[in-house]
Write a protein that binds this ligand. Structure first.
Ligand code: ZN
Length: 424
């Protein structure tokens, strides 16, 4: 009989555990007992949830076994490997007595919503209860939300990507990682763009190697499991303990909703379009702000924060009148930009005329009186149109790989509605 196991919120900020590792250990434990595990899912839920654990990732396993057989094994693995004594870690385990081809509509809907908006624990528990799912929770059991979402994920994700996670030997956790960066760059160059966000070439950084104290040595993301596996073979590193390939909704933009500017709700992520109102401003700390106004007359502030690095240059290059589509999280009235598309560029600007005889800039001749040359008294009726030198082109611009959110779609993956300017 088929079953789906969902696990979430086993991470700890301080001890650095990782739910994918708990999933990897459980998978191995099941396989060791002769239980087939067909696939593993890494499902990223709503990134704007305030109490999220690090990446807000839940894990699902598609298993061929009776839930009653799986339950004690899964419970023991979570209890052994989750950091239960961290009071901000509240693991949840959900086991559904059906395979991925039998996901109930309510569970699928819950999974879809969990990527785009906050879901309550009581809703998760009530849906799981309606379908006779096994549930185990620790702490306040908050992890039941992500665990149920991971159970329904297969039905609502149309565009799976992959991540192969390679884990460290446990006695090395918390020590500096030994990964040969030049081999990572060679693997990235060989397999890009079938793998992506492996490195940041401009920043010269191996993005796939985390800095947190957890069990992951590196994670390779892409559209093609064969390319990911081949790339992993090229990487020289310290000894590793395990390697698991996950189906993921990373790099898909599944968190974004389309809405007009007057319809944005705080704490959600959107794709919305407006016109640049005034020149972008760089504030203290290097954060860049620009205001856009929609066709409905509603304005919002957009921000490219300092960690988005060279992406800020594209935002600074915007000009009043440009029409752009912006994507990102809308919080406290500000859109935190992940990417934007230039739809129309302002090509000219109105400037004070110069005298055709003396080449001097004219001065105002008084209200509604036009302009006059201070030297020869030649006049001009008003401002003149000057061509603008633009560094931007039409199409999509994005944050660099080192600043990418897990769920945000890299431009190189394609499928965008305008030309793309990918960051590598
Ligand atoms: Zn003159």
């Amino acid at each position: 009989m088929a079953a789906i196991v969902g696990i979430d919120d086993t991470d700890s900020r301080t001890a650095g555990m990782c739910t994918t590792y708990v999933g990897t250990v459980l998978r191995q434990r099941l396989v060791d007992q002769g239980i087939p595990v067909h696939r593993q899912l890494l499902y990223r839920c709503h990134p704007a949830v305030k109490r999220k654990t690090r990446g807000n990732a839940a894990v699902g396993l598609h298993v061929e076994a009776d839930p009653a057989t799986i339950l004690p094994i899964a419970r023991e693995v979570v209890e052994t490997h989750a950091v239960i004594d961290d009071d901000r870690t509240n693991p949840g385990l959900v086991i559904a007595p059906h395979g991925p081809d039998r996901i109930p509509a309510a569970v699928a809907t819950f999974a879809r919503n969990a990527v785009q908006t906050h879901q309550s624990l009581s809703t998760a528990r009530s849906i799981a209860g309606d379908h006779d799912y096994h549930m185990c929770g620790w702490g306040d059991g908050h992890g039941h939300i992500g665990a149920l979402a991971a159970v329904g994920a297969w039905d609502v994700t149309t565009e799976w990507t992959y991540e192969q996670l390679t884990y460290r030997e446990p006695d090395r956790w918390g020590t500096p990682r030994t990964v040969d960066t030049s081999s990572v760059f060679a693997a990235a160059d060989r397999w890009y763009p079938r793998i992506w966000d492996t490195v940041d070439r401009t920043a010269d950084e191996a993005v796939c190697v985390p800095h947190t104290p957890g069990p992951v040595l590196y994670g390779l993301r892409g559209d093609d499991p064969a390319a990911i596996t081949a790339a992993a073979e090229m990487i020289d590193s310290e000894p590793t303990s395990a390697r698991t390939l996950f189906h993921t909704n990373q790099g898909t933009d599944a968190h974004l909703r389309d809405a007009s500017l007057d319809a944005l709700v705080d704490g959600h992520c959107y794709r919305t379009t407006g016109r640049v109102v005034d020149s972008p401003v760089t504030q203290r700390g290097g954060h860049v702000f620009v205001t856009i106004r929609g066709d409905d007359g509603h304005s919002i502030e957009c921000a490219a924060f300092e960690p988005t690095k060279r992406f800020r240059d594209h935002v600074r290059a915007l000009h009043p009148g440009d029409r752009i589509t912006v994507c990102g999280e809308y919080t406290d009235g500000t859109m935190k930009l992940e990417k934007f598309a230039v739809r129309e560029l302002t090509r000219t600007t109105m400037t004070t005329p110069s005298c055709p005889t003396c080449d001097r800039t004219m001065s105002s001749a008084g209200a509604d009186q036009g302009y006059r040359c201070p030297d020869c008294d030649r006049t001009a009726p008003g401002k003149v149109e000057q061509p603008l030198d633009r560094s931007l082109s039409c199409g999509w611009y994005e944050v660099p790989p080192l600043a990418r959110r897990h769920i945000a779609k890299p431009l190189v993956r394609g499928g965008f509605d305008a030309p793309i300017h990918p960051e590598r």
